[in-house]
Design a binder for this molecule. Structure first.
Ligand SMILES: [Mn+2]
Length: 328
C-alpha cells in the first residue's frame, strides 16, 4: 500500500483523538503486542491528554523481561479499578473475544493480525484487522511511516523484535510488508540492544538447574545423554535445559528428567522427561516404547515428552536411577 493511501486510511483513527481524553492501550503482553502498543502510544502522544499501556498477563519469559527493561517500556499491571481512570480504550495484537478481561472493556480502537472469528465480530468504531500480516508491529510501522513519525531508537528496536518474534525471524508467515517494515526500522533501531534482547534466553534463578544438569549428566549408549534435575517448579525448566543440550555437538540426543507438581496440590507430583535430539533416533517412538505404559509418552522424531506419576517408583528406590534404567 502506498504511504498516501495508508495516511488516508488513518483519518478515521485520528478523528477519534481528542485533547481532553485519556487513553488506555490494553495488551496481552508479548513482544509484538508490547511494541505495537508503544507505537500507538507514540502516535497518540500530543494528540490526547495521556496514554498508558496496561498488560493483563504476568511477564515471565527472559527475552520479554529484557525487552521491557532494556527499552524502558512502561507497562501498568492489570487492576480491576484501572479502567475508571480512562475515557477511551484501544486494543492491539488481540481481539476482545480473546480474553475475558478484554471482553469487559469498551474498545473504540482494535488493531490486530490474528484471524477473524466470524462468530465473534469486532464492533469497535475503528478496526484494522489484517490476518495476512506476520505481525501487528508491521501494521503500526506502516502507520508511523504514513504519518511521517520517525521512531526513536527504543521504539524502532521494539518493533523489530515484535516482527522477528511473530515471524520466527521471517521463517514463518512473513510477508513482503513485514520485511519492508523491518528494513525501514533498521535505520533507527539499536542493533546491539536488539541482539542483547534476543540472547536473553535464561534467568539468573535458572542457573542452579544448569549446575544440577551438568553434575548429573550421564551418557546413554554411544551418543545419548541423561540428566536429572530433581524437584523443579515447572516442566518448562526441563525444556530450557534440554534445548540447551540439543545445541551441543556430539550429543545426538538428551533426556532431561525432573519431579514437577501435578496441578495445584503440592503433595501430588509427577515425573516429567523431556527428550531432544538430532532426528537420528526416533525419540517419539523411543519415549513411547519405554514410558507410555507408566503414564503417557510420545512425540516427534526430534522432540518428545513423557509423564508418569511419582508413585510408579518403588519406595526406597532413587528416582534418578529409576528413570536412567528406563533409558538403557
Ligand atoms: Mn502478534
Amino acid at each position: 500500500m502506498s504511504i498516501t493511501r495508508a495516511a488516508a486510511r488513518l483519518t478515521p483513527l485520528l478523528d477519534r483523538l481528542r485533547r481532553e481524553d485519556s487513553w488506555l492501550i490494553a495488551v496481552n503482553a508479548d513482544p509484538d503486542a508490547i511494541a505495537s502498543a508503544m507505537a500507538l502510544k507514540r502516535l497518540f502522544a500530543r494528540r490526547v491528554r495521556a496514554v498508558d499501556i496496561a498488560r493483563i498477563n504476568e511477564i515471565r519469559r527472559p527475552d520479554n523481561l529484557a525487552m521491557i527493561h532494556d527499552l524502558r517500556i512502561p507497562l501498568l499491571p492489570w487492576r480491576d479499578d484501572l479502567c475508571a481512570a480512562y475515557q477511551c480504550f484501544a486494543l492491539v495484537d488481540s481481539q476482545p473475544s480473546h480474553n475475558e478481561r478484554f471482553m469487559s472493556m469498551p474498545f473504540s480502537v482494535v488493531i490486530d493480525h490474528h484471524p477473524l472469528d466470524p462468530s465473534q465480530p469486532v464492533t469497535a468504531a475503528y478496526t484494522d484487522i489484517r490476518p495476512e500480516m506476520g505481525a501487528t508491529s508491521t501494521i503500526l510501522t506502516e502507520y508511523l511511516r504514513a504519518l511521517d513519525i520517525r521512531p526513536g531508537a527504543r521504539l524502532a528496536t521494539a518493533l523489530q523484535y515484535g516482527i522477528r518474534t511473530d515471524t520466527a525471524s521471517f521463517a514463518r508467515k512473513a510477508t513482503a510488508s513485514d520485511l519492508r517494515a523491518y528494513q525501514y526500522l533498521a535505520r533507527y533501531a539499536d542493533a546491539a540492544a536488539l541482539s542483547r534482547i534476543m540472547q536473553s534466553e535464561y534467568l539468573r534463578s535458572w542457573l542452579k538447574y544448569f549446575s544440577r544438569a551438568f553434575a548429573s549428566l550421564h551418557p546413554v549408549g554411544k551418543s545419548g545423554g541423561y540428566s536429572f534435575l530433581g524437584e523443579v517448579e515447572t516442566p518448562d525448566l526441563l525444556v530450557v535445559i534440554a534445548d540447551f543440550f540439543s545445541r551441543v555437538h556430539g550429543l545426538a540426543w538428551i533426556a532431561v528428567a525432573g519431579v514437577c507438581p501435578e496441578g495445584d496440590d503440592s503433595n501430588n507430583r509427577k515425573i516429567v522427561v523431556i527428550f531432544r535430539g538430532d532426528g537420528h533416533r526416533d525419540l517419539g517412538k523411543f519415549a513411547h516404547d519405554r514410558m507410555n505404559a507408566l503414564g503417557s509418552a510420545g512425540g516427534h522424531r526430534n522432540m518428545a515428552r513423557a509423564e508418569f506419576p511419582l508413585s510408579v517408583v518403588e519406595k526406597g528406590r532413587q528416582i534418578e536411577a529409576y528413570v536412567y534404567s528406563l533409558l538403557q
